[in-house]
Write a protein that binds this ligand. Sequence first.
Ligand SMILES: [Zn+2]
Length: 587
Amino acid sequence: MKNYTWDLSQLYNSIEEWETDYREINKLSLELLSKKDLFTKSATELFYFLEKQEQLGILLTKIYVYAKTAFDVDLKNQNNKKLFEKADELNYRVQDQLSFVEPELLKISKEDFKTYLEEIKNLEKYNFMFEKLFKKRNHILDSDTEQLLSSLDAISSFFEKAYDDLTVGDIEYPKIFDPASGEEILANNTNYYLALLNPDRNFRKVFFNKLLGTYKKHSNTLTSLYFGSVKKNVIEAKKRNYNSAIKMALDNNFIHEEIYENLVSTVRENCTTLQEYLEYRRKSLGYEDLHFYDLFVPLAKNINKKYTFEEAEDIILNALKPLGDDYLKIIKKAFDERWMDVFPQENKISGAYAIGVYGVHPYSLLNFNGTLNDIFTIAHELGHVMHSYYSNIEQEYVNSNYTIFCAEVASTVNEQLLYHYLLSTSDSEEEKKYLLNDHLDSLRSTFFRQTLFAEFEKNAHELVENNQPLTESVLSDMYKSLYENYYGKDFVIDEALEYEWARIPHFYSAFYVYQYATGISAAIAISDKIIKDKNYDINDYLNFLKSGDSDYSVELLKLAKVDMSSPEPIKATINNFKETLNKLKSI
Ligand SMILES: [Zn+2]
């Protein structure tokens, strides 16, 4: 009988083995701590220290992943729970014990490192890590100021905490009547997406206005919290010798501001494409006008087919064929050698994820119910699995962990290939319509909408940088005018929508969401090349998957022939949107 659970014995055969590594980590961590004042003083000491730290890192991931995965599939198992808490505690303790490492490494000068390199050639594998450290150093201040900034950081984290407390805990969301179920439901965030998919337009309207109206009721507090959070970013950036808060945030990940500018300006120039789709949507739904609460209902009948896991595997293997034999061979391994935990189980965590383990192989958790959506989830998670697998095999540990900027590329490329495969093999018009519409809706929310968000946070920070206060009306007016620009004059902006900015928790991690838009653009540009460009060498893409974090994210994407500092990938995504819309219209 086939086993659909993952095989954790590939990590450890027994808890005793796990405990041995646990003790080893403790030992290593103390040894490293004892070298605190010495390890930067000579090439030998430095190399020894970094190698030990690497060993520790590899072991720590391994015991952590074992404990986490075992716990996630059986949340009520007390032994697993204890094991996970033990791993978690160790993780924090080690991080704390080793918090001296970066400040100490920063004391090494470029010249020192050069001489060290001449002495020990193997230090070379740390080149990129040092290059990044040296860049960081320009913005690190004297230790008193650093301490002050770190206290400021601790205090300002309460803006986000208060936001969560208010929106998750304190606010009482109104109850509304749902005619379909005959019951009252809460107009809150948990029910948000399901409510907006409800075919009953009046219900959607009431739900949306009640939910956003609740945010409006608390808009004074929500404005102050956001203003505080923006102000803190602005003050810190100034202190750290950055021209702007956006520069500081992007520089932390070594991303140039032009990437951001390029995204926003290219999308801005092409908003009419989005508006054309909205007009098509309005007509298809047969409405006089289009509101925000009309944006989610599918325009075609849902594909209610059910698939077995074997059928899903078959579809995925076919869909990913363009990625070549080597790629498929490893995907097959993931299916055959129990890298995945497939089905929902009582006491198993919900959702899906993939997690890499250096020196072993990645694991993926699924909750497969047999829907088409679930097949997309498998393809997505296998994208992460393959990115981690290749990077872990090809890179030194220090360079193996890919960045957030690159993270969603591999997963989205797989989803795109699956979508193209299904579209080209389906013989049902209704099914095709569903797929095309779903593609457009996901581009609207991941590409256009996140870019609108990106522009909003940029504007908000700029206002504060110019000593303007963020008031409720400033934020809402700004938000409204962004909607006017992106969604066009025919789209109805209800008053409640002007308060949508208050519903987005991500704004408390400033300048983060643009990466959803750049990620999907890169993925669409790559998958379009794979599908349409006969001269595209698939090895270029595989080389990107093998590159981990061995260079700056934008440089790594260039391996796959995508330049995120140019308008090309953004334009490719807009063209893809346009073509999809035309196909949909032609059905
Ligand atoms: Zn993902």
